[in-house]
Design a binder for this molecule. Sequence first.
Ligand SMILES: Cc1cc2nc3c(=O)[nH]c(=O)nc-3n(C[C@H](O)[C@H](O)[C@H](O)COP(=O)(O)OP(=O)(O)OC[C@H]3O[C@@H](n4cnc5c(N)ncnc54)[C@H](O)[C@@H]3O)c2cc1C
Ligand SMILES: NC(=O)c1ccc[n+]([C@@H]2O[C@H](COP(=O)([O-])OP(=O)(O)OC[C@H]3O[C@@H](n4cnc5c(N)ncnc54)[C@H](OP(=O)(O)O)[C@@H]3O)[C@@H](O)[C@H]2O)c1
Length: 448
Amino acid sequence: MTVDNPGNHLVVVIGAGPAGLYASKQLANHGVRVTLLNRDVKPGGLAEYGIYHDKFKMKDGLRRQFRQILELPGIDYYGNVVVGQKGDISLPALRAMGFQALLVTVGAQGTKWLGLPGENLVGVYHAKDLVYHYNLLPPYSQQEFHIGRRVALIGAGNVMLDIAHWLVRDLKVDQVVAVVRRGPNEVKFTKKELESVARNLDLADLDAELERVRPVADAVGQAVYEARDFMLSALPKALEPNSATRFRFDFLASPRRILGGEQGVVRGLEVEDTTLICADGEVQAKRLGTTRVIDVDTVIFCIGDKVDESFGLPVRWNAFVKHAEPRFPVDGLSYEAFDPDMGRPVDRIFVAGWSREASSGLVGVARKDGENGAEAVLDYLAGLPGLIEPQRVLDNLQDHLQRTGKPLVRQEHLWRLEEAERLEAARRDVESFKFGDNAAMFAAMGFA
Ligand SMILES: Cc1cc2nc3c(=O)[nH]c(=O)nc-3n(C[C@H](O)[C@H](O)[C@H](O)COP(=O)(O)OP(=O)(O)OC[C@H]3O[C@@H](n4cnc5c(N)ncnc54)[C@H](O)[C@@H]3O)c2cc1C
Ligand SMILES: NC(=O)c1ccc[n+]([C@@H]2O[C@H](COP(=O)([O-])OP(=O)(O)OC[C@H]3O[C@@H](n4cnc5c(N)ncnc54)[C@H](OP(=O)(O)O)[C@@H]3O)[C@@H](O)[C@H]2O)c1
């Protein structure tokens, strides 16, 4: 659907990750005027600050696509703007200004704490914070993390392997152990990602571990040799090792408590043994009550993320609540925020991307979800006339944001920053260069 009177329908898209950017493109291409508000100075979300820092080609390709989107007429970008109850502007304030729909694509910025004793010890972290740190997102880029020599990674997804990659190839720690609550046949990572660290796998230890868990796998009809074949299939194209880090797996182990030593620093991870059961059509981990301690000095949770509960929308499980009976479904999915206490949709608010389903899929999935979210918004707008004075709404927002006193990053500033980083990369003769703090970025963009 293309709206009547192009430019007179106003939508705010909150969050300029892949979901928000592709949603903005879809809306702008259908005649909607889009205001794109983004917490970070730069657009891209996890495509900029999550995807591993040495994937230059992939990141550059995405940056080019994002630039093309931001060059479209009808999209006003404001970076360095936090939306939320404690942010620079709240959802109700945006609604009150007269925006006709708000599409929330802020990703999953909250932390999935498990409530285990010892989570607050020095040396316990969540993957997202470290990923933001090594990808140079302020303020995480300047934060200090206490990473020891023997690191436990909880989880068996691609994020676990990204963190292992960093520990093995950049920090060159002594040992990395992936602690997995289910078995070797339930790992979620891909062969491609394993290639970065496969040559550091302790193969004798892997075989011993597979032998240890084989009876449990057999009992649910699984063949551990298939898991072994899968892992070893990463070896032929694996990166040449550049450290002596020993990488291993500890299966059927669920974290129970983190043990502290001197000065509140991690000295071990207590895990509970699990077994596998078939229930509800899937293989699940069942705790057995017996425990053991893994000798580590750092614990990093790589178990996915959840949305920010302080953002201002109701949360269930790890994501914002959606209307179970959407008025504007797309592909049978709901993109409409819902308030379970009031028993009704949240007025004019739509959600997409990792805000709709946390930690789910690759950039392509977020892109499709953003486009679907935009479709739902367009269906909603089809029943509404355009605004009589859209410019007044846009001016009011700009006035409000200017009153925060923060540098407001617009498209022209982004292009200046891009050019400054390109020149700096050339000067240093490196493939890519990124400023790691806001002050340097603002200076490069020409803010006083
Ligand atoms: C460590 C890691 C590595 C990954 N590697 C790959 C990979 O190699 N290949 C691949 O295809 N996919 C990869 N992914 C997945 C991919 O990054 C995601 O699918 C995608 O980025 C999700 O997009 P999104 O727009 O929903 O959220 P995000 O990318 O998280 O974007 C959210 C945006 O919202 C903004 N925001 C947050 N809060 C606010 C607020 N309060 N107000 C205003 N703005 C806000 C942020 O600044 C950000 O720009 C990886 C993910 C992770 C975690
Ligand atoms: N290079 C890439 O392409 C790349 C890189 C990074 C991320 N990504 C994508 O980003 C998405 C998110 O990745 P992800 O690794 O965060 O998530 P993920 O693939 O869902 O993996 C999460 C892991 O954490 C475990 N886990 C969850 N809750 C747990 C708990 N309470 N206790 C113990 N273990 C727990 C899960 O085990 P169970 O299986 O038992 O639940 C699983 O092994 C994925 O789609 C991924 O492919 C892609």
